[in-house]
Design a protein around this ligand. Structure first.
Ligand code: SF4
Length: 243
């Protein structure tokens, strides 16, 4: 899509607010969250159902930018729902905000295509993505959505500063995650691998114990692996919105 076409559209939006990044390598940084409406998956543990079956308002891109400007953070996380759903106008919000000087991270569920060079070029007139990073989920079996994972086609688009998130609910999920890491490890240099517990399904210490057993493999392959706890669920009530 061309930028000019995008600017004439209205986009279903759930909320835009400031908080701290609760996860991954940006954890703790003050951040503006831009939550789009709609998701193509239905994960068993979804904690943001309101992002696809709740209320939304239609906003023009210039209104979204205006609200992000007003909130005054240099970092933006575009989340959902699913921001990169294909054939949807919302897919271009991250490119638009990055073009306007924000450091943008896209939280994407791993079942939709990341931008390719042509798509970036069409929108920005530049071949490379700038100010734009991915936090790419790999859905594990306990989500019931693992059959929708896109692997190689997305992994080959990852660069330094991107991250992958495995949300794990049990040992089978850990086994599945490590199998994916072993199969595609050549794509994960410079990409942080996060292991995140499904709240109240698995103890974080169990994940650490599991990862410690295969630490040699991570070290030999120069892979950066971390336990990822959701800070906002520690600081605030686990169901509290807009924090
Ligand atoms: S991808 Fe995210 S928003 Fe969509 S159903 Fe799964 S957890 Fe919920």
């Amino acid at each position: 899509m061309k930028r000019e076409e995008f600017l004439n559209e209205k986009i279903p939006m759930v909320e835009i607010f400031n908080s701290i990044s609760g996860e991954g390598i940006t954890s703790g940084f003050l951040t503006t969250f831009v939550r789009v409406y709609g998701c193509n998956l239905r994960c068993s543990y979804c904690d943001t159902k309101y992002s696809y079956d709740g209320e939304y308002s239609l906003m023009a891109p210039i209104e979204i930018l205006g609200e992000v400007n007003r909130l005054n953070c240099k970092r933006v996380i575009v989340t959902g729902g699913e921001p990169l759903e294909e054939e949807k106008i919302k897919r271009y919000i991250p490119l638009y905000l990055a073009q306007n000087g924000y450091e943008v991270r896209i939280e994407t569920n791993g079942s939709v295509r990341l931008y390719d060079e042509d798509e970036i070029y069409q929108f920005t007139s530049k071949k490379e993505r700038k100010n734009l990073f991915y936090t790419l989920d790999i859905k594990c079996p306990s989500s019931n959505m693992d059959k929708f994972n896109i692997f190689e086609e997305n992994f080959k688009r990852l660069i330094l500063g991107d991250e992958i998130k495995f949300v794990v609910g049990n040992v089978d999920d850990l086994d599945y995650s490590i199998d994916v890491v072993k199969r595609y490890k050549e794509y994960f240099k410079g990409v942080t691998l996060n292991f995140s517990p499904v709240f109240s399904k698995i103890e974080p210490s169990q994940i650490v114990d599991y990862l410690k057993i295969i630490n040699k493999f991570f070290a030999e392959n120069n892979l950066d692996v971390r336990l990822n706890l959701q800070l906002h669920k520690i600081i605030w009530d686990k169901d509290k919105r807009g924090v």
